[in-house]
Design a protein around this ligand. Structure first.
Ligand code: SAM
Length: 230
């Protein structure tokens, strides 16, 4: 799968994709991440990507023209397997279901906003979806793009060493949070690991994990259980 990221800060991505499973997946050719400098699609001496908002008000906006040209160069025609996403605090919430959906695509093109945001015509006429990673305002779309790439890439076959990791984790098909995990030592500062986990009875362990996952979901995210009841 190929990811394209359009940004005014290409160097931002030197860190996020150079560690762990994402780095390994890139080296193995399972995913490809291309970071594009939006200024490539500017033609003036100052390589201008922003301008003042019509109607006045604070700050600057990323202009529509370089973004349209970038997307048209990277994805010459619309296709089922390629999606264009605008990262935006005003977008629909990105979640694990969306990550699963995107992991089926051939290519994902992510547009990172900056300043006060992006000329609205990008959301209206270019991006297929406007997505937010949470109800808070970031200073740019780059962190959000890195979050989306990471969440989608790890769902691609072969990226994680153990394919079961994505079956039994938070927000998987069952819709619960993951169960609590413990490692050695069995007792740490007087806190003991639940007895059942060291007993070796796999059926008992399976039952404990199911109920512990439900309990933790109830405690931390009751809204997820509400969603399951509907
Ligand atoms: N004026 C905008 C608003 O109030 O919704 C905020 C613009 S923000 C300072 C600049 C850029 O950061 C946005 O264009 C977007 O690309 C990105 N951004 C900010 N918050 C985000 C979020 N929660 N999810 C995804 N992208 C976000």
């Amino acid at each position: 799968m190929k990811f394209h990221i359009v940004t005014i800060f290409p160097d931002f991505f030197r860190g996020p994709f150079e560690h762990g499973v994402i780095q390994k997946a890139r080296e193995a050719g399972l995913i490809e991440i291309q970071v594009h400098d939006l200024r490539t699609w500017t033609y003036d001496r100052h390589r201008t990507v922003d301008d003042r908002p019509f109607g006045g008000g604070e700050g600057m906006l990323l202009k529509a023209a370089p973004i349209f040209e970038a997307v048209e160069a990277l994805r010459p025609k619309r296709s089922e397997g390629v999606k264009v996403i605008l990262l935006s605090a005003q977008g629909k919430k990105f979640d694990q279901a969306k990550a699963r959906e995107f992991s089926q695509l051939e290519e994902l093109l992510l547009i990172c906003g900056r300043y006060e945001g992006v000329d609205e015509r990008v959301a209206e006429h270019l991006a297929e979806e406007e997505l937010s990673i949470g109800d808070y305002v970031l200073s740019g779309g780059e962190l959000a793009a890195a979050v989306v790439v990471d969440a989608v890439a790890r769902l691609k076959a072969g990226v994680l060493g153990n394919e079961n990791s994505i079956v039994d984790e938070s927000f998987s098909e069952e819709g619960l949070l993951d169960w609590p995990h413990y490692t050695r030592p069995a007792e740490f500062r007087g806190w003991k690991v639940p007895e059942v986990l060291i007993g070796g009875n796999h059926e008992e362990i399976r039952k404990w994990r199911r109920s512990a996952a439900r309990e933790k979901t109830q405690r931390q995210r009751p809204d997820l259980l509400e969603g399951l009841r509907k």
